[in-house]
Design a protein around this ligand. Structure first.
Ligand SMILES: [Zn+2]
Length: 389
């Protein structure tokens, strides 16, 4: 990328980051005011309209902000709204705290990687070059040709300092022949996916020994070279950080490949898929192994949804609450969650005994309204899926 383009993108990012942080501050202030009001909720809110007005005002008053294009700044507000809505929905759905998306947080200059989102009116492709609002022109190295006119583009820099442009194009749907089979999927730590048919279970690969060794080595290196408080990071520290980011990225790519291969198999062989709507939280202070397991689940679930949509399969997300406590045979719920060490589910109501994760996978099917009778048995192709009573 040319150096003027990089400078311009950084300047745009600084402005967008300011807009984002302003949204966080406004949202927090309104929230605090509402919480402290004894007489009920304050009528003043901090919705999209208020945030839009905030941006218009700020752009009127601040030359610096006005010097940047309004397109990515408005998109920043949209992104903030989406992120906040997701967090609020998780709270409303009473998801367990460790699975909730957190409320949007401040983006710090040193820590946040630049990301700019341009809608159609802010981007244009011409002679293989990407023209962005505000007169920024970047040359794109294509990883694959675009299948249609893009509706938006996200320009971002990753933790290794590489810039990418990610285009949003309407997905092509390629339907697959009906199979008459359905499957339930439960996510877990030991096995990334436990399904209602043994042939589709996906064991957890971990980081792999080589990646694990590298990650711990670079982690130790960083700890040794950690700058004292208030001091700038040394060259050695930044180098170690970069190496660790590289190792993480390699592990992430492997997870993605594994997830895609598995998803393709599952989607090809089943008409309908019931899957736990698990939302991993990477930022939680948990063990390395747990983080690796969460990341594997995240990548595999994403792949399943993507591949399922591409091939027009019926993928149903199931709310994750109580899936380990319910009996797939009779629907009774145990009084207490099974401890993780308990690998067998025994129903006190009907006496059914099955491996814990297999029971959960079957609960997914029942909850999604897919009849467990279709599992492993093959119904005539094209037969409608039965609804569970
Ligand atoms: Zn039972």
């Amino acid at each position: 990328m040319s150096s003027p383009a990089r400078t311009a993108l950084f300047a745009e990012w600084d402005r967008c980051r300011w807009v984002w942080n302003e949204c966080v501050a406004k949202s927090k202030a309104v929230h605090a005011r509402n919480r402290n009001r004894p007489g009920g909720e304050d009528k003043r809110t901090c919705g999209p309209a208020q945030l839009d007005r905030m941006l218009t005002e700020a752009r009127t008053n601040m030359t610096w902000l006005r010097e940047g294009s309004s397109v990515p700044q408005q998109q920043t507000i949209r992104d903030f709204g989406k992120s906040r809505a997701k967090a609020q929905k998780d709270i409303k759905d009473r998801l367990p705290l460790w699975q909730c998306a957190g409320m949007p947080r401040y983006k710090k200059k040193r820590e946040a990687d630049p990301t700019l989102n341009y809608t159609k009116r802010g981007c244009r492709l011409k002679d293989g070059r990407l023209h962005l609002a505000g007169g920024i022109v970047v040359t794109v190295v294509w990883s694959r040709p675009l299948s249609a006119e893009p509706s938006s583009v996200r320009v971002y820099r990753d933790s290794l300092g590489h810039w990418y442009a990610s285009f949003v194009v309407p997905a092509e749907v390629q339907p697959l022949p009906a199979t008459g089979a359905v499957i339930g999927v439960d996510w877990g730590v030991k096995e990334t996916a436990t399904t209602t048919s043994d042939a589709y279970d996906l064991p957890h690969a971990g980081y792999g020994r080589e990646a694990q060794t590298k990650l711990s080595r670079y982690g130790r290196m960083m700890a040794r070279r950690k700058p004292a408080k208030g001091q700038a990071a040394s060259k050695g520290y930044r180098e170690a950080k970069k190496l660790r980011a590289k190792a993480y990225k390699k592990a992430a790519r492997q997870r993605q490949d594994t997830g895609r291969t598995w998803a393709k198999k599952v989607v090809t062989d089943h008409d309908a898929i019931a899957v736990e709507d698990f939302r991993p939280k990477f930022l939680a202070k948990t063990t390395m192994a747990r983080k690796a397991a969460d990341a594997a689940i995240g990548a595999t679930k994403r792949a399943l949804l993507e591949v399922g949509r591409k091939h027009a399969r019926d993928v149903r997300l199931v709310h994750p609450a109580h899936t380990t406590m319910d009996c797939a045979s009779c629907g009774a719920r145990t009084k207490h969650a099974l401890p993780l060490s308990e690998r067998t589910y025994t129903c006190t109501a009907c006496g059914a005994v099955s491996p814990r994760d297999k029971n959960s996978a079957r609960v997914m099917l029942v909850r999604a309204g897919l009849h467990p009778a279709g599992v492993e048995g093959v119904r005539p192709p094209g037969a409608p899926l039965q609804e569970a009573a």
